[in-house]
Design a binder for this molecule. Structure first.
Ligand code: BEZ
Length: 222
């Protein structure tokens, strides 16, 4: 069935730069209030369409297998789907029995769809009952910094999720921008000059790799 676009609900969808909407929810690790979850940490909040489905199983396993890399980036994971706690527990246990992979992070049971609707994870022209594959990157001030949405039939890329998270953190720490395909260890972009003095300083700086005055890269000093 074709749906009309719903401007009111689209206006409710969080955007980059917004404070992450607060909510209370039941998870596989107990009840949480999101504004009090993981203080002083980054949070990757992600949805999957349904428990016991193939693509979702590969994705959740990917998050679980690379959890140490999220930990190293001071980041907590929290999943969500429109399933019950019992379904979540059954699926976690089923995957652990079958593959040895354990989903050791909270998964929200969003049966009333409150969280998924508020975060724009429920996109009715894709599915009326299942959340799309969303990823919200939320900084320690609970500000939304990056959003990804994938449809039901295409799995996400864990390397890209980790790369984007690290890029956000490097950008904050060093006040730089990151070019296409940037990865740890590669040069970063120095923000363009805003005054003639800054322009002249830049032109005289022999340590920069300059394509032109507005595009200059440098090595990161840790
Ligand atoms: C999956 O995870 O395989 C899936 C879930 C919902 C719809 C289509 C695929």
């Amino acid at each position: 069935m074709e749906h009309m676009n719903a401007p009111e609900s689209i206006n409710l969808m969080p955007r980059i730069g917004d404070t992450a909407p607060d909510f209370e929810a039941l998870t596989t690790k107990g009840k949480i209030k999101f504004s009090e979850f993981a203080p002083d940490k980054w949070v990757v909040l992600f949805s999957h369409p349904a428990d016991f489905t193939p693509v979702c199983t590969t994705e959740m396993s990917g998050f679980a297998q690379r959890k140490a890399e999220f930990d190293a980036l001071n980041t907590e994971l929290i999943g969500l789907s429109i399933d019950s706690i019992h379904a979540h527990l059954g699926w976690v246990q089923n995957v652990r029995e079958n593959t040895g992979v354990y989903f050791d992070f909270p998964i929200i049971a969003d049966l009333d769809m409150k969280v998924s609707k508020r975060y724009g994870m429920l996109q009715p022209n894709e599915s009326e009952t299942a959340a799309v594959r969303a990823v919200f990157f939320i900084d320690p001030a609970k500000k939304i910094r990056l959003i990804m949405y994938y449809p039901l039939n295409v799995g996400r890329n864990m390397d890209e999720i980790l790369r984007a998270l690290e890029a956000l953190q490097v950008s904050d720490k060093h006040r730089v921008a990151l070019p296409l395909d940037w990865k740890r260890g590669e040069k970063v972009i120095v923000p363009p000059p805003k005054t003639l003095d800054e322009l002249n300083t830049r032109l005289a700086d022999e340590t920069l790799e300059k394509v032109d005055w507005y595009l200059a890269k440098k090595e990161l000093q840790n």
